[in-house]
Design a protein around this ligand. Structure first.
Ligand SMILES: Nc1ncnc2c1ncn2[C@@H]1O[C@H](COP(=O)(O)OP(=O)(O)OP(=O)(O)O)[C@@H](O)[C@H]1O
Length: 249
């Protein structure tokens, strides 16, 4: 059996008396989109933060490309190939689209911020950034200020920043948030193709997008995974319907 690209093994996280993640084991395989769904407060963000290194689990392991990265800091995890997009945008609004991606690529080569000016003249970094922009379809707006982009374009730019790190896996926190019907449709098409570059662990509330995209879905309720399966399996699961999906199934 091939090793999963990304994996959690028995992740547990407590906040006082509350267990926000309880013995969570899941994996992400090459070429797939694995969606994590569940009601508000189920522990999706807490889980994502532990996978990305922003929170440390009380027990369990996070593994990337077969290596244990549980103790690795978030920036090192990103350099090791964990491409992350955020629920709240981390883009530099006054910088151009290209500058934002070069900044991301700088992280990939482990160079600090103060070399930003030089980085913009560095052919390898620019090539890397331009390739990422081409992949998300933003070449035409490379010289525009990030602040002047539409919301949907900013979401694409976030993916380009993550792409510039040549990720082995993506972790995406609500990429459809605030996009509207047309934007969600475009992003759905885009993510569908992106899974060929690197598999995607996707936290998303937009069920149309999840059902259209996911190869597998895991359902988180009160910090526990209550089911993992294909879209059809999850939609037909009685416990999932009772706990979360209801009429949406
Ligand atoms: N730093 C913290 N300290 C204490 N409790 C926390 C902390 N972070 C999260 N929680 C609690 O842990 C539980 C899981 O929260 P989390 O934000 O992970 O859920 P979620 O599934 O991402 O919710 P949403 O869909 O609303 O974003 C909630 O009960 C929340 O109040």
């Amino acid at each position: 059996m091939t090793e999963p690209v990304l994996e959690t093994r028995g992740i547990t996280k407590r906040f006082g008396a509350l267990t926000a993640s309880e013995d969570v084991s899941l994996d992400l395989k090459a070429g797939e989109i694995h969606a994590i769904i569940g009601p508000n407060g189920a522990g999706k963000s807490t889980l994502i933060q532990q996978i990305c290194g922003l929170l440390h689990p009380d027990a369990g392991q996070v593994r990337l490309g077969g290596a244990d990265v549980t103790r690795m800091a978030a920036a090192a995890r990103a350099r090791a190939g964990l491409g992350r997009t955020f629920q709240v945008s981390q883009l530099a609004m006054e910088d151009t689209v290209l500058q934002n991606v070069v900044l991301g690529a700088l992280g990939a080569v482990g160079r600090p911020w103060r070399f930003f000016g030089a980085a913009l003249r560095d052919a390898e970094l620019r090539d890397r950034a331009e390739a990422a922009l081409a992949q998300v379809g933003l070449c035409d707006v490379a010289a525009m200020r990030c602040a002047d982009l539409s919301h949907g374009q900013r979401r694409q730019l976030e993916v380009a920043v993550a792409l510039s790190l040549s990720p082995r896996a993506f972790v995406m926190d609500e990429p459809m948030a605030g996009l509207g019907a047309e934007g969600s449709k475009r992003m759905t098409g885009f993510l569908s193709e992106l899974r060929g570059t690197a598999p995607i662990l996707l936290v998303e509330h937009d069920m149309d997008a999840v059902f259209a995209l996911a190869d597998r879905i895991s359902v988180l309720v009160y910090g526990r995974i209550i089911a993992t399966g294909t879209v059809a399996e999850i939609r037909a699961d009685r416990a999932v319907r009772d706990a979360y999906l209801g009429e949406e199934a």
